[in-house]
Design a protein around this ligand. Structure first.
Ligand SMILES: *Cc1c(COP(=O)(O)O)cnc(C)c1O
Length: 362
């Protein structure tokens, strides 16, 4: 059976490096099932290591954490405009994100109906073009917030659109816009609370922008889109096995589109891992942006002539022909391997490994 293996020791090392490099509060971002590592397992490990502030993008993930023993604060990064969700947020003591007038009004109404005061972080759009108020709206936003008596601001944040760029110019511009917006809030009588703008690349590249907190996700996995001078190690590999093995004569095709032909008699093995399991994307493409990932898949399925390898019984075995949906073929000609022997796939991004595959923490 295939398993995604997560080495806890490496994870802890990465967490130590992150802690050492921050004097600010660390908000561990655990969206998308903790980047594929498994939400609860990952949160528990971080909790045991003194991380007490988490962020997720999905209300279900927030509730799941709350209901399963995670005691730290939980910031929901996605604002809601729906009463039903606002009620769940307030009932569970999740910190909401307010990024529009409607989201403020609905949160206030939900909190009032439950006779509570709901904490929220204000989101400012400093150039991403997604959630958040535009800086020029700040004066009205401040009046609005002050008029709503069942919600209370405990933080203010923004998000970089291109902190992984080689050119820091746009990040500096966003940072300056953010600082100006905060000043404007204060002039309008609203204290920003916890100020945060850095994601992982910005956390690594711009220590001067750490402010009161940093929102770090991919750095825990050692998979950041910028040079990693901090010795963060990549987390996660896939463990599988040889499920079939046989000999092929010289000049025999292997796989779809006839891209590979044996140039001698060969022994091959079949490994039951394919695109469906997140395998087959190019090595250096470690982006976590879903749009990128989808376009990689589209391109890679057609194009690959792979010279990639996996480890079979600890030895490198070349991948032959194309990777399929459910499996691929490896060269076992010079490897002593049999059906049932272990195959390790190091070049895999946990985010792409579907939830049908068991996570194993070692
Ligand atoms: C995903 C996300 C983060 C974390 O980004 P990483 O680069 O993985 O650290 C931080 N803030 C917001 C709003 C996000 O959506």
């Amino acid at each position: 059976m295939n398993k995604l293996v997560i080495e806890v020791e490496k994870l802890l090392k990465n967490a130590e490096i992150i802690k050492k490099n921050s004097r600010s509060k660390i908000i561990a971002v655990l969206k998308a099932n903790a980047y594929g590592l498994g939400l609860l397992e990952f949160a528990n490990i971080l909790q045991q290591n003194d991380i007490d502030f988490f962020a997720v993008a999905d209300i279900k993930e927030a509730v799941h954490l709350k209901e399963n023993g995670i005691k730290g604060k939980i910031l929901l990064l996605t604002p809601t405009n729906q009463m039903e969700e606002a009620l769940i947020i307030v009932e569970n003591g999740v910190i909401a994100t307010v990024g529009s007038e409607t989201s403020a009004l609905i949160l206030n109404k939900a909190a009032a109906s439950l006779n509570k005061t709901a904490d929220f972080h204000l989101k400012i759009d400093t150039g991403f073009g997604r959630f958040g108020f535009l800086p020029r709206e700040i004066p009205e936003v401040c009046s609005l917030i002050k008029s709503l008596s069942n919600i209370q601001i405990t933080g203010t944040y923004s998000h970089f659109s291109f902190s992984f760029s080689k050119k820091p110019k746009s990040s500096y511009a966003q940072y300056n816009t953010f600082m100006e917006a905060i000043e404007l809030m204060q002039q309008n009588g609203v204290e920003p609370g916890l100020r945060h703008i850095c994601n992982s690349p910005a956390f690594l590249l711009f220590p001067e922008m750490h402010l009161d907190a940093v929102r770090v996700g991919s750095a825990f996995l050692g998979r950041v889109l910028v040079k990693n001078g901090h010795a963060l190690e990549k987390i996660g590999y896939l463990k599988s096995q040889i499920i079939e093995s046989k000999n092929l004569p010289k000049n025999h095709n292997i796989g779809y589109a006839n891209t590979y032909r044996t140039n001698k008699p060969m022994r091959i093995g079949i490994v039951p891992v394919g695109y469906l399991d997140g395998f087959g994307l190019r090595k250096r493409r470690d982006s976590f942006r879903l749009s990128d990932i989808l376009s990689y898949i589209r391109r890679d399925i057609g194009l690959l002539k792979r010279k990639d390898w996996v480890l079979v019984n600890g030895q490198r075995a070349c991948i032959l022909g194309r990777i399929n949906i459910n499996n691929f073929v490896v060269d076992l000609t010079n490897i002593n391997a049999h059906v049932g022997d272990e195959v390790i796939l190091e070049n895999i991004n946990p985010l792409l490994v579907g939830n049908h595959i068991e996570r194993e923490y070692i």
